[in-house]
Ligand binder design. Structure first.
Ligand code: SF4
Ligand code: MG
Length: 336
């Protein structure tokens, strides 16, 4: 897989009054050209912070990128100048966040917000940018774009605002689109439409996507690759089919078991994973999942598991993969 973006050993700490919070603790990730990588995990697992680090949008202070490389198109984004980063954001890397109301400017028409990037990054004339803005609104399925281009965000519905955000993000043909829980704030039908749209556009434009989500259904729908994060670390990663059918990490098993199935009946209980995520003020020495893991061994509490390669693109950080560990038979199967 030829990668367009690669994160190496990313570490991010937030220096709070209560002490340092080790939010991201040595994350390695690769995004293939034109592929969608989903980063999945519960809140506080470090997935959003990882996305923010790519764009250098971590609020600093209190946030600080302590270590790591973010390799993108021959550069290390951790080390390029602020000016260069400003240029990359919105042109080479687009972004869509959960709540379009906070990311759109309420005082500016939607059209102007699309045009700004085009005039700034692509030096289009006002007239050309305007035409492109209409085109973009049409592309993301907004009806009567010639009229809508002059409207303000509050005149759009929630779903249309998210479509407008996607139009802004894609207007300069970015190589990578980062979408952090892009549909969480929307109702289910609109959610499905927006995901369908993103998928369609990804296939059409060959933009790589980094999709942050806590929803395995969204992963199955959208992504080719998935990275499961827990306690500031990637605990398992690989191709989606491989992870859904042959996951090897007990935390991933727990996630799978808590996912509603197609044949799920209301009276059946979902199986949440008992316990709570690790305290990132004082992260555990060993496996971050050890306190909740039904298969934890002595070594799990004392030593960080090594990362084992199950196959060329399936990695798992779990001591159960150690050649001397007793194999565990239970692996839940999930139909996708
Ligand atoms: Fe469980 Fe140990 Fe594997 Fe962590 S390393 S997931 S505690 S078996
Ligand atoms: Mg988040």
């Amino acid at each position: 897989m030829e990668s367009i973006l690669e994160i190496k050993n990313l570490k991010v700490t937030f220096h709070t009054h209560a002490g340092p919070v080790h939010a991201v603790r040595g994350v390695n990730l690769k995004v293939g050209k034109g592929e969608a990588l989903a980063i999945v995990g519960e809140s506080g697992s470090g997935k959003s912070v990882t996305a923010q680090a790519i764009l250098r949008l971590i609020p600093s202070p209190p946030g600080q990128m302590e270590e790591g490389e973010i390799l993108f198109a021959g550069r290390d984004l951790a080390r390029v100048s602020e000016w260069e980063m400003f240029r990359i954001r919105g042109s080479e890397i687009g972004m869509v966040f959960q709540d379009p109301m906070t990311s759109l400017n309420p005082t500016m028409t939607v059209g102007k917000q699309i045009m700004e990037g085009l005039m700034w990054h692509q030096q289009l004339t006002r007239e050309d940018a305007r035409q492109k803005a209409v085109e973009m609104l049409r592309l993301v399925g907004i009806p009567t774009p010639e009229k809508r281009v002059n409207q303000f965000p509050h005149e759009f519905s929630g779903g249309m605002r998210q479509r407008a955000m996607i139009a802004i993000a894609l207007s300069c043909n970015p190589k990578v689109l980062i979408a952090d829980e892009p549909t969480t704030a929307l109702d289910v039908t609109i959610q499905a439409q927006i995901l369908e749209l993103m998928k369609e556009l990804q296939e059409k434009t060959e933009t790589a996507i980094i999709l942050i989500t806590h929803d395995l259904g969204v992963v199955a729908e959208m992504a080719q690759q998935v990275a499961v994060m827990y306690g500031g670390k990637v605990v398992e990663s690989g191709r989606v089919e491989e992870i859904f059918h042959h996951s090897r990490h007990p935390y991933t098993w727990g996630l799978m078991a808590s996912m509603p199935r197609l044949d799920w009946k209301r009276e059946e209980e979902l199986t949440p994973i008992p316990g709570s995520p690790p305290d990132l003020f004082d992260p555990p020495l060993g496996c971050p999942f050890a306190d909740r893991c039904p298969h934890a061994m002595h070594i799990c509490h004392d030593e960080m598991p090594e990362v084992y390669s199950v196959s060329e693109d399936h990695q798992v950080a779990c001591w159960l993969e150690h050649p001397q560990a007793t194999p565990v038979s239970q692996t839940p199967q999930v139909q996708i």
